[in-house]
Design a protein around this ligand. Structure first.
Ligand SMILES: [Mg+2]
Length: 281
């Protein structure tokens, strides 16, 4: 008899596989933005294993919800999620970052099925999301736009222009998720530019704001339920831990772009497996 999985358990298993696959991709290359993928795995799993409406065999289906990865360097995590969704093959993940691969280190919409935008010039994702959400509404298309952005992108003026624009147009078909991992390329987010109190800023811009533990699947599921009911744009502020699930990487000082020694990969794999015992299918 096949056990019926709860939504929560299904998403947890997806998040575990996303972490395993991201770690594997990093190992093939010997480096990469592994920490971000591990930290955001639960957010990506909730989106791809529960929230997003899509057709795996038709990535351009007009009725699909659009997931916009504003942070192009998180592509390693998104590729693992796209494999989880069946949009790309798990075997293809091994080509990550190689010449002629459809899976470059920084996401490129023209290369990868299911990749909606080429993020990477940070601070642009939400502006594109606003235009897309407005366009869908004009077309009478009921699809949603979900924009994933980072706490570092809250330093960018364009993000706040977009936030005000979304509110002005009452874009209830737009949800933003912010990965608050407290780190950006130049150092700790709080030291680069103070953005707290973050939730108050979004609320002041007219958004329905919630702040949750971004590594807590149940909290994320509940936040999406509330966000979907809002009649204004909704933001889910997700506090995450970079490297989540692999203590060796969680405690690494230079975590933005990780170099992992050859003998450390086996330790990473083992720590991930042990930490998620009882979760993996
Ligand atoms: Mg960050």
């Amino acid at each position: 008899m096949t056990a019926v999985l709860s939504t929560s358990q299904k998403v947890r298993e997806a998040a575990y596989r996303i972490r395993c696959n991201a770690l594997h991709m990093g190992e093939v290359q010997g480096q990469g933005y592994v920490g971000q993928a591990l930290g955001a795995a639960d957010m990506l799993a909730v989106v791809y294993a529960h929230q997003l409406r899509y057709r795996a065999d038709d990535p351009h289906w007009q009725g699909r919800d659009r997931f916009l990865l504003s942070t192009g360097h998180y592509a390693i995590g998104l590729y693992a999620a796209l494999a989880e969704a069946g949009i790309i093959d798990v075997e293809e993940l091994e080509t990550y970052g190689s010449d002629d691969s459809r899976l470059p280190m920084s996401g490129m919409a023209s290369y990868t099925p299911g990749m909606e935008i080429s993020g990477g010039s940070l601070g642009h994702g939400l502006t594109v999301a606003v235009g897309m959400a407005l366009g869908l509404r004009h077309q009478g298309n009921g699809a949603r736009v979900i924009n994933f952005l980072s706490d570092g992108e809250l330093d960018e003026g364009s993000t706040w222009e977009a936030a005000m624009g979304a509110s002005h147009h009452a874009l209830s078909n737009l949800i933003a998720m912010v990965d608050i991992n407290a780190l950006q390329a130049d150092g700790p987010t709080a030291g680069v530019l103070r953005t707290e109190p973050v939730a108050d800023k979004w609320t002041a811009c007219g958004w329905f704001a919630q702040r949750v533990d971004g590594n807590d699947v149940d909290a994320l599921l509940a936040a999406f339920d509330a966000a979907n009911d809002a009649d204004v744009p909704a933001v889910i502020l997700c506090d995450t831990r970079i490297g989540r699930g692999v203590p060796l990487l969680e405690n690494r000082e230079k975590a933005h772009f990780m170099r992992i020694e050859e003998d450390e990969w086996a330790i990473c794999r083992e720590q991930l497996r042990t930490g998620f015992e009882g979760v993996s299918a």
